[in-house]
Design a protein around this ligand. Structure first.
Ligand code: ZN
Length: 302
């Protein structure tokens, strides 16, 4: 019996190692003593350790970001387009996550709330945040109806709010800071997450007017990783804002050969000029970041 158990254990270790090898570690850490972090402990499926995992899901021309804390709390920021529903649901389930403690719909555009109704129907939801703005699309109405059917009361996202997630994880909302904007994108809930010494900023589609307000409010914008606003459009990532965020890595969530010509070349040039390493979902697929609060590792599918 013992022999069989030992054999199964070895087999399991092999399988886990092979699975771990399917991803490439890129954009090496800012610390040279980190080679040992390339192992199976980096996946939440194996919850050992003190790692925070962030998955920038490859949902094409859309946003969907999953965060899993060291004590296994989960947060989803946006839910891609409608057709991304099964992909997102399966990704979350495969990680063994059954409850989304926090869900944020940054703003009610299709490419951010497309599959939100499906997400709400599928998972147990802790709290749900969205900006206080309405639109008359079927997708938005469907999301509201599904929230109601599941007795979930949306909390209106606003700059200055704090969100509770896992132990040691601080989450601040930095936007929206006004109750009225001309552009629906500027209602985007902007999220700053810190864990240990590392900070992550998720801009949704917030544009320069919202970036300007975040600067005016004097929020701490510094982040090691910036999820670039509005799919790398020139309407976001103003100079002063980028200077204050001062990221080491930039994540651009964008579809291959999208109709909008995104990301804009100006944005790419601006990031390159500052020596910021860019990861893009159209080129790198799903981008998986792991941090223990001291160092950051970035993994992309080959
Ligand atoms: Zn968008």
């Amino acid at each position: 019996m013992k022999k069989i158990l030992a054999f199964i254990t070895i087999l399991l270790i092999l399988v886990i190692s092979i699975t771990a090898c399917n991803t490439t570690k890129v954009g090496l850490t800012n610390n040279t003593n980190t080679a040992s972090t390339t192992n199976a402990n980096n996946t939440p499926a194996n919850k050992a350790g003190n790692k925070l995992n962030i998955y920038y899901l490859n949902v094409g021309q859309a946003d969907s970001i999953l965060i899993n804390t060291p004590d296994n709390k989960s947060m989803l920021i946006d839910a891609g387009n409608r057709e991304d529903g099964n992909f997102i649901v399966n990704y979350i389930k495969k990680l063994g996550i059954q409850k989304l403690d926090v869900v944020i719909a940054t703003h009610p555009h299709e490419d951010h709330i497309g599959a939100m109704a499906q997400i709400i129907k599928t998972f147990d939801i802790g709290s749900f945040y969205m900006p206080k703005v309405t639109t008359n699309t079927k997708t938005f109405e469907n999301m509201l109806r599904t929230l109601q059917q599941n007795n979930i009361r949306a909390i209106y996202a606003k700059g200055g709010m704090k969100i509770q997630l896992g132990k040691g994880v601080d989450i601040d909302l930095l936007a929206p800071n006004r109750s009225k904007y001309d552009d629906l994108n500027d209602y985007s809930a902007v999220v700053r997450l810190t864990y240990g010494k590392k900070a992550f900023l998720f801009e949704g589609d917030a544009g320069k007017p919202s970036e300007y307000e975040m600067l005016q409010r004097g929020y701490d914008l510094k982040a090691d990783v910036l999820k670039v606003g509005h799919h790398g459009s020139i309407t976001s990532t103003g100079n002063k804002f980028l200077e204050m965020v001062n990221p080491k890595y930039a994540i651009i969530m964008v579809g291959k050969n999208n109709d909008y010509g995104l990301p804009n070349k100006e944005t790419i040039d601006k990031l390159n000029a500052k020596g910021i390493k860019i990861f893009r979902t159209d080129k790198d697929g799903t981008i998986h970041i792991v941090t223990n609060g001291q160092i950051i590792d970035v993994y992309t599918k080959q």
